[in-house]
Design a protein around this ligand. Structure first.
Ligand SMILES: C[S@@+](CC[C@H](N)C(=O)[O-])C[C@H]1O[C@@H](n2cnc3c(N)ncnc32)[C@H](O)[C@@H]1O
Length: 231
């Protein structure tokens, strides 16, 4: 199925509210566990000297879980949508575990404009993650240039995203499943995201053709792709 890009930033208020109000906690917990698994495999434990950056953080669900899981690190969530960052700040303020989020802050910036020396202090990034971001990025080189620019030798990258279905029929089946659980706005957004997603081959070929073969690209079940490793 041909890729149809969707707008990069999620800026419409009703879209942001629908996304924020949905419960994606199962996938989010899974995401944190997967990262933990890979860090353990590399014998990496994160502490005071470490900076974690969550690109395209949206309403901050994953940034919050990162901050709680690794309480001694500093966590920065970055999103280009003002509405999303407002939502993330609000969620942080009203969180039951607010006291555990002192190590978390948010920055509103397009990932293409991030200059690490602007607001990431002088720390190098130890863990650079994103969830459901890559499919928003119109040109793959913008995503990979960003992570290349932000990464140093010590940076572990972990980026998870949807995989584009093989054909429209499969995409429509997934959309129908989504509509059983979520409202119309979210279901339409999900369908737009599915057809804007990249395939395994597109991501893998990009890494091979652009001197990024130290990054592993693999399929995670039927629906997801993961880009993992050092740049
Ligand atoms: C589907 S949401 C995912 C939010 C969050 N990572 C999660 O898993 O719940 C994608 C987010 O990426 C943000 N985004 C898309 N393109 C971006 C860009 N070029 N720069 C910064 N943020 C971007 C959108 O505004 C949106 O908040």
């Amino acid at each position: 199925m041909e890729r149809i890009p969707e707008p990069e930033l999620m800026e419409k208020k009703e879209q942001v509210i629908s996304y924020d109000e949905a419960d994606f906690s199962e996938g989010e917990v899974n995401f944190i566990n997967q990262i933990n698994h890979y860090l353990s495999k590399k014998n990496i434990s994160l502490g005071e000297k470490d900076l974690i950056v969550d690109l395209g953080c949206g309403p901050g669900n994953i940034s919050e879980k990162l901050a709680i899981k690794w309480p001694n690190t500093e966590v920065v969530g970055i999103d280009g949508s003002k509405e999303m960052i407002l939502r993330a700040e609000r969620n942080k303020k009203i969180a039951a575990k607010q006291k555990e989020l002192k190590n978390l802050r948010y920055v509103c910036s397009d990932i293409k404009d991030i200059k690490s020396n602007n607001f990431l202090i002088n720390k190098k990034i130890s863990l650079l993650v994103s969830n459901s971001l890559i499919h928003h990025i119109t040109h793959l080189e913008d995503f990979f240039n960003t992570i290349r620019g932000l990464s140093s030798k010590i940076t572990v990258n972990f980026h998870k995203d949807l995989k584009r279905p093989l054909d429209e029929k499969s995409a429509l089946e997934l959309k129908a499943q989504c509509s059983n659980e979520y409202n119309e706005i979210l279901t339409n957004d999900y369908y737009a995201s599915l057809i804007a997603s990249y395939t395994f081959k597109e991501l893998k070929n990009f890494t091979l053709e652009n001197d990024l073969s130290s990054l592993d690209v693999f399929e995670d079940g039927e629906k997801y792709l993961i880009v993992y490793g050092n740049v």
